[in-house]
Design a protein around this ligand. Structure first.
Ligand code: SF4
Ligand code: SF4
Length: 181
């Protein structure tokens, strides 16, 4: 199946069910929350959203967009903390302790042949922000080393060629901040 930026979320969620919950992913990272994941997880744990954030979540920034994910219990190598580690909600005895309400990224990204494209789909839907020039610049750098999904080329995200050139040349710095020459 060919996954594109327009592949509906229900289809992606269907493919995501291929995960057999071995826990490998959960021992080395955690999945990003979007939309109503935060209130759903907070209600499941009987916490306020602020309590959930402060006790169990951390921020992750990608393409100049910041979202939340479950905090990582980071592995160490001697004195050094490594950038990856176990999801705070992972239990070696019981698996994912928030399984019924786990974040969207946990529900869809998996180790099937589609896993890599689903990760790109998630990034395009939730991290790459066409309204944010810096997000577009960072995505442009990413595309120097990675193939886009169909519909995910930079020219397809910003159809106004002149605006795109001004963004990439830093003539437009932020959403509403122009550099006047
Ligand atoms: S929330 Fe659950 S499924 Fe997601 S990374 Fe943590 S333990 Fe794994
Ligand atoms: S996506 Fe694959 S590796 Fe990750 S937990 Fe599921 S089965 Fe294991």
């Amino acid at each position: 199946m060919l996954i594109s930026i327009d592949t509906p979320r229900e289809v992606i969620e269907g493919i995501g069910r291929a995960c057999n919950r071995c826990g490998h992913c959960c021992r080395y990272g955690s999945g990003v929350l979007i939309d109503d994941d935060l209130p759903r997880i907070a209600a499941f744990l009987r916490l306020t959203e602020e309590e959930l954030k402060s006790r169990y979540l951390e921020e992750i920034e990608k393409f100049n967009t910041t979202l939340f994910r479950p905090r990582l219990i980071r592995n160490r190598e001697g004195k050094h903390e490594l950038p990856y580690g176990r999801c705070i909600f992972w239990s070696e005895k019981g698996g994912c302790t928030i399984h019924p309400v786990k974040p969207l990224q946990c529900r869809i990204v998996n180790c099937s042949i589609h896993g890599h494209d689903i990760l790109k789909w998630f990034d395009l839907r939730f991290f790459v922000n066409p309204q944010d020039p810096e997000s577009i610049r960072q995505y442009a750098v990413y595309l120097e080393f990675n193939d886009p999904l169909p519909g995910g080329r930079i020219e397809e995200l910003i159809k106004d060629r002149e605006r795109l050139e001004r963004i990439l040349s830093y003539e437009i710095l932020a959403r509403d901040r122009l550099v006047l020459k």
